[in-house]
Design a protein around this ligand. Structure first.
Ligand code: EPZ
Length: 421
């Protein structure tokens, strides 16, 4: 298993270019199943999760070709299987996003029961409730869940989501685009990745309005064609590098970003005393201008503070003046990084979904373990300022979601190397 060796590094300085968003490209790839013609997706981050999604699409009948760096061509002339295989779904939860497109195009979809993961049970009840509302019959078989429509196919309806689930919004939207009639999805997720997916589907011939608000209107059409699309920049990678600049008291120019997508992170870092200059598609983060102080965070669905930045932000809060509180409202078990940060000398106490972080911690390098993608990033940030050397294991988590992670950090002066055990 690979490990990262992170040495105490000085203030990060220089430029970093953000890659396409992992959480946008995965639903975009699934949406390509809806068309027989070629779809071309640009700014695809070359990540393990993208490879997993490519394998799943190919197992269903898609031809997936890497035309050049970061450009994928996906053509699905015919669906040869309507079952996402266990060994693929088990590797990546986002595989369930093929359910909506399979149901829309073939009238049946089978996926294994998606397991939970480190951050929570992550049920799919809202996905299934929405597909049922469109006329699918859900059957729980021993080792997979089947959604199947009768002869009448999918029929548009009004669906209310108990929680603005990102994945459920995406799955239901991708099923409704070929349904008979119009679907209203209420209390929908408003994330930028939802808007990116709706824009791609509309280029394919769908008729979707309201993406990015809490009510999305999808008017069913008979068929979708191929389209070309460029993935939006990754707002979570953007936030991660903003925090890398902040925790090391550096000065970093972040390019190919969408400042509008990281407003909560800009606001919170400014509260801590970090100076942030906002351009049209870039940010300059200056944390070398004076002391930084604590703030309080509460994660919420977009446009609230993103849960995926909670752990990297907590690592940063261990180093500023004063105590902070972090409340995690989106996932039920997303404090796995706390024990690892405390092992490095942080002083964080948790009670339920609330964490109290004492500032001015003298972090010391030691052996720690990445428990999920963003917790791994948090440990790298802590390692950049901890005395000595921090050895991070289970880094495959990190490499699922950050393209050229080490190259980008080393390009800013970070001392990080990767070793294969
Ligand atoms: C997406 O996961 C992201 N993943 C996650 O990013 C992100 O943390 C999450 O949205 C929230 O923003 C991708 O886009 C591939 P949800 P998703 O459905 O769709 C509960 C990362 O690090 N829920 O909005 O799975 C669920 O248990 C990853 O990049 C139900 O109860 O998130 C959770 O508590 C981590 N029933 C909450 O909703 C359902 O049917 C949010 O889940 C679905 C979800």
């Amino acid at each position: 298993m690979a490990k990262y060796i992170v040495e105490q590094s000085g203030p990060l300085k220089g430029e970093v270019v953000i890659s396409g968003a992992k959480n946008a490209v995965l639903p975009l790839m699934a949406a390509a199943l809806l068309a027989e013609d070629e779809c071309i997706i640009r700014d695809v981050p070359m990540l393990r999760d993208v490879t997993f999604m490519k394998e799943i699409l190919m197992s269903l009948g898609s031809e997936v070709v890497e035309l050049e760096d970061n450009v994928l061509s996906i053509t699905t002339k015919d669906i040869i299987s309507t079952e996402a295989k266990f060994e693929l779904v088990n590797k990546m939860r986002a595989s369930i996003l093929v359910m909506g497109p399979l149901l829309a195009r073939k009238g049946v979809a089978r996926i294994p029961h998606p397991g939970g993961c480190a951050i929570g049970a992550r049920p799919i009840d809202l996905h299934l409730k929405g597909l049922e509302a469109l006329g699918a019959v859900i059957t729980y078989k021993d080792d997979y869940i089947e959604a199947a429509t009768g002869s009448q196919g999918l029929i548009g309806d009004t669906i209310y989501l108990d929680f603005p689930s990102v994945g459920a919004t995406e799955n239901i939207m991708m099923a409704a685009v070929l349904a008979e009639g119009t679907t209203y999805l209420e209390n929908a997720a408003e994330e930028p990745e939802i808007v990116d997916l709706a824009n791609f589907l509309n280029k394919m011939g769908a008729k979707i309005k309201g993406a990015g608000t809490d009510t999305i209107r999808i008017e069913g059409v008979d068929k979708l064609g191929g389209a070309k699309h460029t993935v939006i920049p990754d707002r979570i990678e953007t936030g991660t590098f903003m925090l890398a600049a902040a925790i090391t008291k550096g000065a970093v120019h972040i390019k190919n970003a969408v400042p509008d997508h990281v407003k909560p992170i800009i606001a919170k870092l400014r509260e801590c005393g970090v100076r942030i200059e906002v351009g049209d598609d870039d940010l300059i983060v200056r944390a070398d201008l004076g002391p930084q102080s604590s703030t309080d965070i509460k994660t919420l669905p977009y446009p609230g503070f993103p849960t995926d930045i909670q752990s990297p932000f907590m690592a940063y809060l261990t180093t500023v003046e004063g105590s902070s509180t972090v409340i995690e409202t989106v996932f039920e078990n997303r404090f796995m990084h706390v024990a690892q940060l405390n092992k490095m000398g942080a002083s964080i106490e948790t009670a339920g979904n609330k964490a109290i972080i004492r500032g001015n911690a003298r972090l010391r390098g030691c052996q720690v373990m990445a428990t999920d993608l963003r917790a791994g990033a948090a440990l790298v940030l802590a390692g950049l300022v901890a005395e000595g050397t921090t050895e991070i294991s289970e880094v495959f988590h990190i490499e699922r979601g950050y393209e050229k992670f080490i190259d980008k950090f080393c390009g800013l002066g970070a001392k990080i190397s990767r070793i294969d055990d």
